[in-house]
Design a protein around this ligand. Structure first.
Ligand SMILES: NC(=O)c1ccc[n+]([C@@H]2O[C@H](COP(=O)([O-])OP(=O)(O)OC[C@H]3O[C@@H](n4cnc5c(N)ncnc54)[C@H](O)[C@@H]3O)[C@@H](O)[C@H]2O)c1
Length: 314
């Protein structure tokens, strides 16, 4: 049983991580600027850029591990306000790492994203389809998106604090998370809201864009496993096993909600988003080293989400 702080613990993914850690009997301390919907114990209303108060909170509560989940998570919002994105995602990460170092925290676990693979070198000379793992090299041209850049820099900051301040880290690069409490704008939630509201599902592009969705409870389990020393100073891709196209996702919604129709649109604000047309991302390292395995298949996950949405939005 450890004392664990979760920044962003009142958000979509942070909330599930808090539940997972509490179920495993850890003492959890939520750090967020928003009071959660559910009243949870040990809530501290602290902005992650308030380094002094973070440090005080970590010391007073004898925090051993910090899950740094708080961020601007909405990529569209990062295009609207890149300065705010860098302030919260980059400066905020430096602040959390510095406060953790000062409070002698054992390890910081960072929420990153597979979007960083947009910035990775891809050699298609031998094959048209390649698989990338955590060793893929980052190109100087970067990921061409403020959100991706903010996560790449956050990852580099973890590496710097490790080499300069001896602070351990684990970086988890999330696939596309879905499940209860996801925020408005995430694709499955928009599809379900539209289908239940008798409006067509809006597919951006032709529906062939693929993603590796990961159920948020499978994602939360990877966080628990990353407390292990095996995960120290390691990066892991935490994503689903199979490619699912946006068209297939829309079909899964249609199978569960009668009379669902689909509309295809274009959206210029989607520039620079993850494009996995000719590469895939391996989750083998997490399977081998952490014994982690995504359990919830997308078909079941979509059905469960629709049931959850209906009972929580009536
Ligand atoms: N949702 C996704 O599709 C996705 C995919 C990959 C990675 N991620 C990453 O996962 C993490 C969680 O994302 P989410 O979808 O749960 O987002 P979310 O917006 O639901 O949660 C973020 C939480 O951080 C808090 N927060 C924001 N700024 C803060 C600040 N300055 N100080 C303290 N708290 C602050 C918010 O109040 C919120 O509760 C983020 O780091 C995000 O970049 C998300």
């Amino acid at each position: 049983m450890a004392n664990i702080a979760v920044t962003g613990g009142n958000g979509f993914i942070g909330g599930h991580i808090v539940d997972e850690l509490q179920n495993a009997k850890h003492n959890v301390f939520i750090i967020d600027v928003l009071q959660g919907i559910k009243k949870k114990n040990n809530f501290f209303k602290i902005d992650i850029n308030d380094t002094k108060n973070l440090e005080k909170c970590f010391i007073e509560n004898k925090i051993e591990y910090v899950f740094h989940i708080a961020a601007i998570a909405n990529a569209r919002q990062s295009i609207e306000d890149p300065v705010q994105t860098i302030d919260i995602n980059v400066k905020g990460t430096a602040s959390v790492l510095f406060a953790s170092h000062k409070a002698q925290v054992k390890k910081v676990i960072l929420a990153s994203t597979v979007w960083v693979f947009n910035a990775c070198e891809k050699d298609f000379t031998k094959s048209k389809n390649i698989t990338l793992d955590e060793t893929a090299l980052i190109k100087p041209e970067g990921g061409k998106h403020f959100y991706t850049t903010s996560k790449l820099v956050s990852e580099l900051l973890c590496q710097d604090f490790s080499s300069l301040k001896n602070l351990k880290f684990t970086i988890l690069r999330y696939g596309i998370p879905y499940g209860p409490n996801m925020w408005k704008g995430l694709v499955l939630r928009s599809f379900v809201e539209n289908a239940l509201g008798k409006k067509p599902l809006n597919i951006i592009g032709d529906g062939t864009a693929k993603r590796r969705f990961i159920h948020v409870s499978d994602l939360a389990k990877a966080h628990l496993l990353s407390l292990s020393e095996k995960a120290d100073n390691q990066i892991f891709n935490i994503e689903g096993n199979n490619d699912v196209t946006i068209g297939e996702l829309a079909n899964l919604v249609a199978q569960n909600i009668e009379n669902t129709s689909v509309n295809f649109t274009e959206d210029s604000t989607r520039k620079g988003e993850l494009n996995m047309d000719n590469f895939e991302i391996s989750n083998l390292k997490a399977k081998k080293l952490l014994n982690w395995e995504p359990k919830i298949e997308i078909k079941q996950g979509v059905k469960d989400y629709i049931d959850w949405y209906k009972s929580n939005n009536s």
